[in-house]
Design a protein around this ligand. Structure first.
Ligand code: ATP
Length: 461
């Protein structure tokens, strides 16, 4: 099948309860989406695979959960307050605001008029948010004139808490939460070099033009690692991470993720080398994840701003140094979109179109569905329920039970949500203690004894 359209994916995601537009009943909010039950499970499974691939599989990886809100000085020191900008143009005719580097010629892509676009200006993408008891005071000054009191001036002004900062930013990346905890980690864990810090969590970017479903969001989830190395060793660590990221994509079923060595003028302000991992989304080839060599930029900036000492002291007594850092950075929502794109498939069964998601079993939201062939026979239904309960308890896997509608409709539903196996319980099962396992992708069916079911599922998922 050719590539699905974005509409195919958005519609399946909504229809089956993976992803909904945020606050939809009020008209939504551009660049923000909510995950429903199956979307949460898919996201959770991807995150677990990231965790087992990059945190528990490594000896020297330390997870962190730094807060979203940080002192605004972090963002001033890191350069984000002045440098985390995208160039913006505004159309004189329709007043659309667009990212200058996404506009190809002098024509406004929204209204189609030519030569109506302004000169680009820098737009900072961080969301500002108030901290503490900030209040707006309405101040009216009166004067006595011509025998009566009249309003002389009226103004609003902001009264801030004199003790704590009046505002900060919602983090646009999780990375800084790790850099500002670097010394805490050195002091408490005393790691050997090289070592990494790992963090997942929400990030916020006030994108000028959010678009393409989960691709360009204003609120999204990141999974990031800061891997600290000796300055002389960055190249081999960079290559190790490049290969490790490709292996991870393959585990997710993404077999053809391209690599773009980003030219210097297009790299982020902190990066000395960057690889963009690119995926062929329904709207074209675009960045899925990034691998950046940030040098000692961040640690040096925080050292300078705090008058601190961010040097690593080698245990063999050799010269202390500020480590350099390699940063593999994944956007979880872009991974979800890529995985749905890759997994989306259609074929024809008995003259009818079938849509299914070829998700790798490890990340499928539901691993198996237990289905009684008929729901009118109490013995078959009871047996199916018993098998379902046992499977859930014995495997700890996410298993579904469904007896509504015809068996054909139930198969279609499980196919569409990417359930790799359907387990059908029929009249014969009551006698021979066997069930039929139907494979989602090739539709093959095999009879499996109940005593082998747990092993079969555990090894297949
Ligand atoms: P882009 O060039 O597409 O704006 P970026 O180079 O700014 O992305 P990074 O700062 O390297 O992105 O962020 C790391 C990862 O976070 C990206 O590879 C992507 O997966 C994810 N990401 C970044 N911005 C967004 C966004 N607005 N919506 C969803 N995911 C995002």
């Amino acid at each position: 099948m050719s590539k699905p359209t974005l509409e195919d994916i958005v519609s399946l995601a909504k229809r089956r309860g993976f992803i909904f537009p945020s606050s939809e009943i009020y008209g939504g909010l551009a660049g923000v989406y909510d995950y429903g039950p199956l979307g949460v499970a898919l996201k959770h499974n991807i995150q677990n695979l990231w965790w087992s691939s990059f945190v528990t599989a490594w000896d020297d990886m330390y997870p962190m959960d730094a807060a979203i809100l940080m002192n605004k000085k972090v963002w001033e020191a890191s350069g984000h307050a002045t440098g985390f900008n995208d160039p913006m143009v505004e159309c004189d005719n329709c007043h659309s605001r667009l990212r200058a580097d996404h506009v190809k010629d002098s024509k406004c892509p929204v209204c189609g008029k030519t030569d109506t676009l302004s000169k680009p200006k820098q737009f900072n993408m961080m969301f500002k948010t108030q901290v503490g008891a900030v209040e707006t005071v309405h101040k009216v000054t009166e004067e006595f004139k011509d025998g009566e009191w009249k309003v002389k001036s009226s103004e609003d002004y902001t009264r801030t808490d004199p003790v704590i900062p009046d505002f900060t930013y919602l983090r646009p990346e999780t990375a800084q939460g790790m850099f500002v905890n670097f010394k805490n980690l050195l002091d408490t864990v005393q790691p050997d070099m090289p070592f990494g810090m790992a963090q997942t969590g929400k990030a916020f970017r006030n994108e000028i033009s959010p678009r393409d479903f989960l691709f360009r969001l204003r609120e999204f989830d990141m999974m990031e690692i800061e891997y600290f190395v000796h300055p002389d060793k960055w190249e081999e660590a960079f290559e190790q991470w490049r290969a490790g990221m490709q292996t991870f994509f393959k585990k997710l079923g993404l077999h053809s993720v391209g690599e773009l060595d980003v030219p210097e003028k297009e790299r982020a302000h902190y990066s000395k080398k960057t690889i963009d991992f690119e995926f062929d989304f329904p709207f074209g080839n675009a960045e899925l994840a990034g691998l950046a060599y940030r040098g000692d930029y961040d640690l040096s900036k925080h050292q300078e701003a705090t008058n601190g000492d961010f040097r690593y002291r080698p245990k063999d007594g050799s010269k202390p140094f500020i480590p350099h850092v390699i940063e593999p950075s994944f956007g979880l929502d872009r991974l979800v979109l890529a995985i749905l794109t890759e997994a989306y498939a259609e074929d024809e069964q008995g003259g009818e179109k079938r849509t299914y998601l070829k998700l790798p079993a490890q990340i499928a939201p539901t691993k198996a569905a237990v289905l009684p062939l008929v729901r009118t026979n109490e013995d078959v239904v009871n047996k199916a329920r018993e098998i379902y309960e046992n499977l859930k308890n014995d495997t700890g896997l996410s298993v579904a039970y469904d007896e509504k509608h015809s068996i054909g409709k139930r198969y279609r539903k499980q196919d569409e949500i990417g359930t790799p196996f359907c387990i059908t319980v029929d009249f014969e099962s009551l006698e021979d203690k066997r069930v039929t396992i139907r494979n989602r992708d090739d539709l093959s069916q095999r009879r499996v004894s109940l005593s082998d079911l747990v092993d079969y599922l555990s090894s297949a998922t």
